[in-house]
Design a protein around this ligand. Structure first.
Ligand code: FAD
Length: 433
């Protein structure tokens, strides 16, 4: 019954290999498979000795790369069921947040948070601990209640938050290493509406004195800066309609914008979600960029660093000191907060955090030279990198930052004893070989 399915699934592109979203990485194989069911996933996993799952290709490093076979979740993108009583939704892993959100809204539900863009796959995002902002909002994986996955021997496993606490916490932010996640159940909340306000030119002196107030002013707050002055360029405050951010003409010395803004002030705000206090559904306010439009700037690179929230101000000022070196290569930086979680490999494991993000021009040698400089400056604050973006920290450094790393490696070996889902990224950063 299973044998004939494999061959027609192969999409083989001899001359044109697939690239990641930003185009800075060409995947190392032209063998890409597009299963449409769990049974097809199982066949592929059983057939090949080495493979890697691919989501929507939005990572900037080689975390999703394979020299052998790629199994795309592009066609595993359906909504499986909604449990209104338990307030959960179960979906296939490749569905994009931008596809799931309008459905949830139509049923009266919402997710607790979204990343800056809705274009990414649910499981590709959760497995790298992708996050939005908000002092009380954990990363996107914190909404996950259960997963189903196919391990190296082709068998199906499930883990749930309620039943399998430790293993669940090890597996959800699993960096693509545990197998092919084929179903994900997420916790929901009642739908809500939001307003978005942008303020320009927030003095850094205000940030130093009032950091906690500023980042707690709304449900989700983002600070955008190019580090070229003593001001934060833009403050984006996303406020739930019922939690009453009192929008005035000034915010800690920053002035209310008079039109919709792009995080890079010179770019048109056409791609951006509505601002100026216009109320709208959660999924059209939480991301900065609209579905159907190019998010961010397009041809770019990204890096992002997390430090414990108590070091936020020191870390921000440490990066500010590097402004001259950073400036020529940067489009924009974004500073966000993320609440603590329990996922072993999350940068926010047991630690409310602040994330300092860099959208770079696509100048790879220059950016790769700058990253160790930034990492050194942030080292006193136990800096951790975003798993899906560029970084230079070594396995030894990462191992020292993640107390659960040895236990995580042990778990990976249990599910994948022969390294079927290992790739250069996991070998280099996690296994240290
Ligand atoms: C313009 C832009 C804006 C961004 N904004 C944010 C942001 O606001 N916040 C943030 O934190 N990050 C952000 N990111 C980073 C992005 O969220 C992450 O890179 C995320 O992992 C992308 O998901 P993906 O589906 O494209 O993953 P891919 O790059 O396709 O894969 C990532 C990893 O997930 C694994 N994987 C995918 N699906 C499965 C599955 N079903 N089972 C097992 N493993 C799987 C892959 O093997 C790989 O290891 C942004 C990226 C871009 C390009």
């Amino acid at each position: 019954m299973t044998a004939p399915v494999i061959a027609p699934l192969a999409s083989w592109m001899p001359d044109e290999r697939l690239k990641n979203w930003a185009g800075n990485l060409t995947y190392s194989t032209d063998k890409v498979y597009y299963p449409t069911s769990v049974a097809e996933v199982q066949q592929l996993v059983k057939k090949y000795e080495r493979l890697k799952v691919l989501g929507t290709r939005h990572c900037f490093n080689d975390i999703a790369d394979s020299k052998y076979n790629l199994v795309s979740t592009n066609k595993l993108n359906k909504i499986i069921s909604l449990n209104e009583a338990q307030r959960t939704v179960t979906v296939e892993p490749g569905i994009k947040y931008g596809e799931l959100a309008p459905y949830l809204e139509s049923k009266g539900f919402a997710l607790h948070n979204l990343a800056s863009l809705p274009h990414i796959s649910v499981m590709g995002a959760c497995t790298t601990a992708t996050h939005g902002s908000g002092v009380k909002n954990g990363n996107l994986a914190t909404a996950v209640a259960a997963i189903e996955f196919v391990t190296a021997d082709g068998t199906i496993h499930t883990l749930s938050k309620e039943r399998d606490e430790e293993k669940f916490n090890a597996a959800v932010v699993g960096l693509g290493g545990i197998g092919v996640i084929t179903k994900v159940t997420s916790d929901l909340q009642p739908t809500f509406t939001m307003k978005q306000y942008v303020y320009e030119h927030l003095p850094m002196t205000q940030l130093k004195e009032h950091f906690e107030h500023i980042v707690s002013a709304g449900y989700s707050v983002s600070l955008f800066t190019d580090w070229q002055s003593d001001n934060i360029n833009e403050v984006w405050i996303k406020s739930k309609d019922d939690d009453g951010f009192n929008a005035g003409p000034e915010f800690f010395g920053a002035k209310a914008a008079t039109k919709n803004m792009h995080p890079i002030a010179d770019l048109s705000a056409e791609n951006c979600t509505d601002q100026m206090g216009v109320s709208g559904p959660w999924y059209e306010r939480l991301p900065h960029f609209k579905m159907g439009f190019t998010p961010s700037s397009g041809a770019e690179l990204q890096a992002e660093y997390f430090v414990p929230k108590q070091h936020a101000v020191d870390a921000i000022f440490a990066v500010h000191k590097l402004g001259k070196a950073i400036g020529p290569h940067l489009f924009i930086s974004e500073i966000r907060t993320i609440d603590a979680d329990n996922f072993w490999m999350s940068p926010c494991y047991k630690q409310p955090s602040v994330a300092i993000h860099f959208t770079w021009k696509q100048e790879i040698p220059e950016v790769m030279k700058l990253l160790p400089v930034i990492e050194k400056e942030l080292a006193p604050y136990k800096v951790k990198p975003h798993w899906g973006k560029l970084f230079a920290l070594s396995h030894t450094q990462l191992n020292g930052l993640y107390e659960k790393m040895p236990a995580f490696v042990q778990m990976l070996k249990e599910y994948d004893p022969k390294g079927k889902f290992r790739n250069d990224f996991l070998n280099r950063n996690i296994y240290g070989v």
